[in-house]
Design a binder for this molecule. Structure first.
Ligand code: ADP
Length: 466
């Protein structure tokens, strides 16, 4: 299905750029490279001194070292990447996820240099990347939001206390520019409010260069449900189903699936329509994800990510749409390859993130891969940059592979995942495969519908067991 659609797409499109610089590393750089190659685009890899051995660096048409291992001096350096684009004659830049993918100054600088940024405009990133502005925009566009302060909270402590009383306890202090599960704190009682504000402000200033925070009601047992959207320059916007990403450790996702179990399809369809309409109202262009918390039958918007998500493959598996190809063709100024009516998700897909970490202690485990055996067979997809003898550097995110399975229903997808996890072999480092095996067989997860706090409690119980 994916192949046929993509072939049709390939015939239809006329490329307006023919080379893409991939401003990222690891599995996502390889994923983007595959989409570029499919479209016949030349690929340019940029890499740090620690990353010369990366698979996509070896495969790229052109590869250029952009600096030392420290991300601040390489993958996060706008100037280095722009110089690399100039030196290599790149015509477009795909930022992947993380690093500079949601940096409006980068989007602006790329466009300012006469290149195409494969992502939204600087203005859209600014409007939506600022979480409180995004909530204001979404509320106006008719999307339901988590109750909270209407704006960022002032410095005046008395005022903050008044706002907190209105929001109600427990509440969360969240950094306006927070991301990656960082820059947020739960406050259960009024006496802890002031300290929590000060600490979160400080953390936010250090991590994101901005200390502004806002308040939000803390939901006690929500699920994390998100809607994938695609929007083109012709005013078309579509939604591609919903993902359930509730299996999280410390706000970091570990397992994602689509469709979300036990949520009525009509509720999701209404939400999806609201998201697609919001894209039209705010003139959003590109791929994006609306993130919601779902509790007691209600959805509450928390944020929108203006980029490709790690978990995009589950959506691709059930819809047959190559989201990265769509990103590239949208950036070329082409219309979406499908209409909303043509999207008919089929089956159920699950993704397990495999990290180079100890499965129970979560200590990072960089090092040399002594053995790599990747599972296969019907309905199994592995997105990974690993190969035997590859040496995982200690400087970056620990995600080393995404194992995705597709089944005719959830049970099939789970059975395939179980078999695929048993087949996958990685030796030389610690990985989270053992944790994923346990989670896939956990009776509550198998029932479907666990909340976002489930895994943290599960791990705590496991630690306390003799
Ligand atoms: P980030 O941009 O860092 O990913 P989000 O706002 O998307 O931050 O929140 C990340 C995670 O934190 C959510 O998936 C959820 O687990 C938890 N979370 C965020 N807001 C709330 C809230 N109001 N109540 C309960 N949990 C929340």
């Amino acid at each position: 299905m994916l192949e046929t659609r993509c072939l049709k797409l390939k015939e239809m499109i006329k490329m307006k750029f023919n080379s893409v610089l991939i401003a990222n590393r690891g599995e996502i750089a390889l994923r983007i490279m595959r989409a570029c190659r499919f479209l016949g685009l030349k690929t340019i890899a940029v890499y740090s001194e620690a990353d010369k051995q990366l698979a996509h660096v070896q495969m790229a048409d052109t590869a250029l070292c952009i600096g030392p291992p420290n991300p601040g001096d390489s993958y996060l350096s706008r100037d280095s990447i722009l110089v690399a684009a100039k030196l290599t004659g790149a015509q477009a830049v795909h930022p992947g996820y993380g690093f500079l993918s949601e940096d409006s100054l980068f989007s602006q600088a790329v466009q300012g240099a006469g290149l195409t940024f494969v992502g939204p405009s600087a203005d859209a990133i600014d409007r939506i990347g600022d979480k409180i502005r995004a909530k204001q925009v979404m509320a106006k566009a008719g999307v339901p939001c988590v109750p909270g302060s209407e704006d960022m909270i002032p410095d005046d402590i008395g005022e903050c206390k008044k706002i907190a009383d209105q929001v109600g306890f427990p509440l969360m202090i969240k950094a306006v520019s927070g991301g990656g599960g960082r820059g947020m704190r739960i406050v259960r009682q009024p006496k802890d409010l002031v300290n929590a504000i000060l600490v979160t402000r400080q953390e936010a200033a250090n991590a994101f260069g901005r200390s502004d925070v806002y308040m939000e009601r803390f939901l006690e047992h929500p699920r994390h449900i998100e809607i994938q959207v695609l929007a083109d320059t012709f005013g078309n916007a579509i939604w591609l189903g919903a993902r359930d990403c509730s299996m999280q450790r410390r706000h970091q996702k570990l397992i994602e699936e689509t469709p979300p179990p036990h949520i009525p399809q009509d509720l999701i369809a209404t939400l999806g329509e609201q998201c697609a309409n919001a894209c039209k109202k705010i003139n959003y262009i590109g791929a994006g994800t609306f993130e919601f918390l779902y509790e007691d039958g209600q959805f509450y918007f928390i944020e929108m990510n203006t980029r490709l998500q790690v978990e995009h493959p589950v959506t691709e598996m059930v819809t047959g749409i190559d989201i990265v190809v769509e990103q590239l063709t949208i950036a070329q100024g082409d219309p979406l390859s499908v209409t909303q009516e043509e999207i008919r998700p089929t089956g159920h897909a699950i993704e397990c993130r495999i990290n180079a970490e100890h499965p129970w202690k979560f200590l990072p485990s960089p090092g040399r891969i002594k053995k790599w055996y990747s599972p296969g067979g019907p309905g199994v997809r592995v997105d990974s940059h690993l190969y035997e003898n590859y040496n995982i550097p200690p400087n970056y995110d620990s995600l080393i592979a995404k194992l995705i399975t597709l089944g005719s229903d959830r049970n099939d997808a789970l059975n395939r995942m179980k078999a695929a996890l048993n087949e996958m072999q990685i030796e030389g480092i610690d990985t989270t495969i053992a944790l994923q095996k346990a989670l896939i067989q956990d009776p509550d997860f198998q029932k479907g519908g666990i909340d976002i706090h489930y895994l943290d409690h599960w791990l705590e119980n496991k630690r306390n067991r003799p």
